[in-house]
Design a protein around this ligand. Structure first.
Ligand code: C5P
Length: 206
Protein backbone atom coordinates (compact mmCIF):
# COMPACT_ATOMS: atom_id res chain seq x y z
CA UNK A 1 0.00 0.00 0.00
CA UNK A 2 1.00 3.62 -0.41
CA UNK A 3 0.48 5.08 3.05
CA UNK A 4 0.29 8.79 3.86
CA UNK A 5 0.63 9.67 7.55
CA UNK A 6 0.31 13.02 9.30
CA UNK A 7 1.84 13.66 12.71
CA UNK A 8 3.01 16.25 15.18
CA UNK A 9 1.61 19.63 16.15
CA UNK A 10 1.39 22.70 13.94
CA UNK A 11 2.89 26.08 14.75
CA UNK A 12 0.76 29.09 13.91
CA UNK A 13 3.00 32.16 14.12
CA UNK A 14 1.74 35.54 15.30
CA UNK A 15 5.13 37.20 14.98
CA UNK A 16 8.61 35.89 14.07
CA UNK A 17 9.19 34.43 17.55
CA UNK A 18 5.78 33.36 18.94
CA UNK A 19 3.21 30.81 17.89
CA UNK A 20 0.00 29.02 18.86
CA UNK A 21 0.54 25.29 19.25
CA UNK A 22 -0.25 22.27 21.48
CA UNK A 23 1.80 19.67 23.40
CA UNK A 24 1.92 17.09 20.57
CA UNK A 25 5.49 15.84 20.07
CA UNK A 26 5.10 13.86 16.84
CA UNK A 27 5.74 10.54 18.56
CA UNK A 28 2.56 8.82 17.28
CA UNK A 29 3.20 9.88 13.67
CA UNK A 30 6.77 8.55 13.90
CA UNK A 31 5.53 5.23 15.34
CA UNK A 32 2.92 4.90 12.56
CA UNK A 33 5.49 5.67 9.85
CA UNK A 34 7.96 3.14 11.29
CA UNK A 35 5.24 0.48 11.52
CA UNK A 36 4.01 1.04 7.95
CA UNK A 37 7.53 1.00 6.48
CA UNK A 38 8.47 -2.08 8.49
CA UNK A 39 5.51 -3.94 6.97
CA UNK A 40 6.72 -3.08 3.49
CA UNK A 41 4.40 -0.21 2.60
CA UNK A 42 5.56 2.83 0.63
CA UNK A 43 5.30 5.43 3.37
CA UNK A 44 5.23 9.23 3.42
CA UNK A 45 5.10 11.12 6.72
CA UNK A 46 3.98 14.74 6.72
CA UNK A 47 4.93 16.00 10.17
CA UNK A 48 4.73 19.27 12.04
CA UNK A 49 7.70 20.43 14.15
CA UNK A 50 9.24 17.51 16.08
CA UNK A 51 12.63 16.67 17.58
CA UNK A 52 12.48 13.10 16.26
CA UNK A 53 14.74 12.15 13.33
CA UNK A 54 13.44 10.68 10.05
CA UNK A 55 12.44 7.01 10.47
CA UNK A 56 14.32 4.57 8.20
CA UNK A 57 12.67 3.85 4.85
CA UNK A 58 10.16 6.71 5.15
CA UNK A 59 9.92 9.82 2.96
CA UNK A 60 9.46 12.66 5.45
CA UNK A 61 7.95 16.04 4.59
CA UNK A 62 8.47 18.54 7.42
CA UNK A 63 5.98 21.38 7.70
CA UNK A 64 5.25 24.16 10.19
CA UNK A 65 1.66 25.44 9.96
CA UNK A 66 -1.74 23.88 9.26
CA UNK A 67 -1.78 25.61 5.87
CA UNK A 68 1.62 24.05 5.03
CA UNK A 69 0.37 20.64 6.16
CA UNK A 70 -2.79 20.97 4.10
CA UNK A 71 -0.75 21.87 0.99
CA UNK A 72 1.65 18.94 1.51
CA UNK A 73 -1.18 16.47 2.10
CA UNK A 74 -3.09 17.68 -0.99
CA UNK A 75 0.09 17.07 -3.02
CA UNK A 76 0.59 13.52 -1.69
CA UNK A 77 -3.08 12.50 -1.50
CA UNK A 78 -3.63 11.57 -5.19
CA UNK A 79 -0.83 8.96 -5.01
CA UNK A 80 -1.84 7.19 -1.81
CA UNK A 81 -4.18 4.32 -0.87
CA UNK A 82 -4.38 4.99 2.86
CA UNK A 83 -4.28 8.14 5.01
CA UNK A 84 -3.61 7.94 8.74
CA UNK A 85 -4.13 11.35 10.35
CA UNK A 86 -2.51 11.55 13.76
CA UNK A 87 -1.46 15.21 13.54
CA UNK A 88 -2.76 17.63 16.16
CA UNK A 89 -3.57 20.34 13.65
CA UNK A 90 -4.39 23.76 15.04
CA UNK A 91 -8.02 24.56 14.26
CA UNK A 92 -7.27 28.30 14.11
CA UNK A 93 -4.38 30.58 13.12
CA UNK A 94 -3.75 34.27 13.80
CA UNK A 95 -5.48 36.43 11.19
CA UNK A 96 -2.12 37.97 10.34
CA UNK A 97 1.48 37.57 11.50
CA UNK A 98 3.45 40.69 12.48
CA UNK A 99 6.71 41.15 10.56
CA UNK A 100 8.59 42.10 13.76
CA UNK A 101 8.36 40.93 17.36
CA UNK A 102 5.23 42.32 19.05
CA UNK A 103 6.33 44.60 21.90
CA UNK A 104 4.91 44.51 25.40
CA UNK A 105 2.17 47.17 25.56
CA UNK A 106 -1.37 47.51 26.89
CA UNK A 107 -2.78 45.41 29.75
CA UNK A 108 -5.13 43.63 27.38
CA UNK A 109 -4.69 42.59 23.76
CA UNK A 110 -7.06 40.83 21.37
CA UNK A 111 -5.88 38.22 18.92
CA UNK A 112 -8.14 37.59 15.93
CA UNK A 113 -8.11 34.03 14.64
CA UNK A 114 -9.08 32.47 11.32
CA UNK A 115 -10.25 28.89 10.92
CA UNK A 116 -7.70 26.51 9.42
CA UNK A 117 -8.57 23.87 6.82
CA UNK A 118 -9.46 20.43 8.17
CA UNK A 119 -6.64 18.38 6.66
CA UNK A 120 -8.14 14.94 7.22
CA UNK A 121 -11.68 16.20 6.59
CA UNK A 122 -10.47 17.36 3.16
CA UNK A 123 -9.16 13.85 2.47
CA UNK A 124 -12.57 12.48 3.49
CA UNK A 125 -14.31 14.76 1.00
CA UNK A 126 -12.14 13.42 -1.86
CA UNK A 127 -11.89 9.89 -0.47
CA UNK A 128 -12.53 7.68 -3.51
CA UNK A 129 -11.47 4.09 -2.71
CA UNK A 130 -8.93 5.16 -0.10
CA UNK A 131 -8.99 4.06 3.51
CA UNK A 132 -8.84 6.75 6.16
CA UNK A 133 -7.89 6.54 9.82
CA UNK A 134 -8.15 9.42 12.28
CA UNK A 135 -7.48 10.22 15.89
CA UNK A 136 -9.72 11.99 18.39
CA UNK A 137 -8.21 13.50 21.51
CA UNK A 138 -11.10 14.42 23.76
CA UNK A 139 -11.59 15.75 27.26
CA UNK A 140 -15.41 15.20 27.40
CA UNK A 141 -18.01 12.98 25.71
CA UNK A 142 -15.20 11.06 23.97
CA UNK A 143 -17.24 8.27 22.41
CA UNK A 144 -19.93 10.58 21.00
CA UNK A 145 -17.40 13.07 19.66
CA UNK A 146 -15.21 10.36 18.12
CA UNK A 147 -18.16 8.64 16.44
CA UNK A 148 -19.35 11.99 15.09
CA UNK A 149 -15.87 12.80 13.69
CA UNK A 150 -15.64 9.39 12.07
CA UNK A 151 -18.89 10.07 10.24
CA UNK A 152 -18.10 13.67 9.25
CA UNK A 153 -14.58 12.88 7.97
CA UNK A 154 -15.68 9.58 6.37
CA UNK A 155 -13.12 7.55 8.35
CA UNK A 156 -12.83 3.75 8.40
CA UNK A 157 -11.35 3.77 11.90
CA UNK A 158 -10.94 6.34 14.65
CA UNK A 159 -8.66 6.09 17.65
CA UNK A 160 -10.01 7.83 20.75
CA UNK A 161 -7.53 8.91 23.41
CA UNK A 162 -7.15 11.52 26.14
CA UNK A 163 -4.78 14.45 26.74
CA UNK A 164 -2.47 12.21 28.82
CA UNK A 165 -1.30 10.74 25.47
CA UNK A 166 0.53 13.94 24.49
CA UNK A 167 4.21 13.08 24.27
CA UNK A 168 3.77 9.86 26.28
CA UNK A 169 5.26 6.56 25.21
CA UNK A 170 2.08 4.72 26.06
CA UNK A 171 -1.55 5.24 25.14
CA UNK A 172 -4.84 3.71 26.33
CA UNK A 173 -6.88 3.85 23.12
CA UNK A 174 -10.47 3.00 22.23
CA UNK A 175 -10.92 1.98 18.59
CA UNK A 176 -14.24 2.74 16.87
CA UNK A 177 -15.40 1.58 13.43
CA UNK A 178 -18.34 2.74 11.27
CA UNK A 179 -20.27 -0.51 11.96
CA UNK A 180 -20.71 0.75 15.54
CA UNK A 181 -18.15 -1.64 17.07
CA UNK A 182 -15.81 -0.31 19.70
CA UNK A 183 -12.87 -1.82 21.56
CA UNK A 184 -11.12 -0.30 24.54
CA UNK A 185 -7.52 -1.30 25.25
CA UNK A 186 -5.43 -0.85 28.36
CA UNK A 187 -2.18 1.09 28.18
CA UNK A 188 0.07 -0.03 25.32
CA UNK A 189 3.10 1.51 23.60
CA UNK A 190 2.51 3.79 20.63
CA UNK A 191 4.64 1.37 18.56
CA UNK A 192 2.27 -1.47 19.44
CA UNK A 193 -0.81 0.62 18.61
CA UNK A 194 0.81 1.73 15.33
CA UNK A 195 1.39 -1.89 14.29
CA UNK A 196 -2.21 -2.76 15.22
CA UNK A 197 -3.57 0.08 13.06
CA UNK A 198 -1.44 -0.89 10.05
CA UNK A 199 -2.51 -4.55 10.32
CA UNK A 200 -6.16 -3.48 10.68
CA UNK A 201 -5.95 -1.38 7.49
CA UNK A 202 -4.27 -4.26 5.63
CA UNK A 203 -7.24 -6.41 6.63
CA UNK A 204 -9.71 -3.88 5.18
CA UNK A 205 -7.81 -3.76 1.88
CA UNK A 206 -8.18 -7.52 1.35
O1 C5P B 1 -11.93 17.58 14.43
P1 C5P B 1 -10.80 17.12 15.28
O2 C5P B 1 -9.61 18.01 15.21
O3 C5P B 1 -11.11 16.85 16.69
O4 C5P B 1 -10.45 15.69 14.62
C1 C5P B 1 -9.31 14.99 14.90
C2 C5P B 1 -8.77 14.33 13.64
O5 C5P B 1 -8.79 15.23 12.54
C3 C5P B 1 -7.34 13.91 13.79
O6 C5P B 1 -7.17 12.71 13.08
C4 C5P B 1 -6.57 15.06 13.19
O7 C5P B 1 -5.33 14.66 12.66
C5 C5P B 1 -7.50 15.55 12.11
N1 C5P B 1 -7.47 17.00 11.88
C6 C5P B 1 -6.95 17.49 10.71
N2 C5P B 1 -6.99 18.86 10.45
C7 C5P B 1 -7.51 19.70 11.37
C8 C5P B 1 -8.02 19.21 12.57
C9 C5P B 1 -7.97 17.85 12.79
O8 C5P B 1 -6.47 16.72 9.88
N3 C5P B 1 -7.54 21.02 11.10
Amino acid sequence: MRVLITGGPTHEYLDPVRCLTNPSTGRMGMALARAAAKRGHRTVLVTGPTIFPDPKGVRVVRVVSALDMDRAVRREFPICDVVIGSAAVSDYRPESAAASKIKKGPAMMTLRLLKNPDVLGGCGARKGKRLLVGFALETDCGLENAADKMRRKRLDLIVLNGPESFGANRIGPTLLTPDGKRRAFGAMTKDRLAAKIVVFVEGLRR
